[in-house]
Design a protein around this ligand. Sequence first.
Ligand code: ATP
Ligand code: MG
Length: 140
Amino acid sequence: MAATRTFSIIKPDATRRNLTGAVTKMLEDAGLRVVASKRIQMTREQAEGFYAVHKERPFFGELVDFMISGPVVVQVLEGEDAVARNRKVMGATNPADADEGTIRKTYAESIEANSVHGSDSEENAKTEIAFFFDEDEIVG
Ligand code: ATP
Ligand code: MG
């Protein structure tokens, strides 16, 4: 199967604990290649826009507050079946339910402060990549 792309965020709970490298190593060990990466402080508007699909969920306000509570690292990952591959190494949303050896089982603090985001479909990956990156910032 040809290489595809997905979008990843190393969330503020992980950057705060200096885990950018440790999380990235788990992504790389899972067969994903970082083809774009930048450390940014998201604005409230960016976080609200990015998580707009969750607008009606009861945790939306807290989620936005959390995502702007510190820097994040936004990344484009490339690999065979990248979306599913990334979701597998991330583990379940709630770290209590995540499999051993996954990023969330290893590092997440809670269902909210769960260390990483990953696109859940190829279509959403394209939208999310375009939200943060110009095509000339992605170098495979
Ligand atoms: P992500 O989209 O960040 O990769 P996900 O797809 O596993 O995570 P979603 O259901 O899309 O999970 O939820 C988005 C994010 O909202 C979660 O990663 C988590 O940070 C937060 N979240 C989800 N459910 C809850 C909850 N019940 N309480 C608090 N925060 C939550
Ligand atoms: Mg999601």
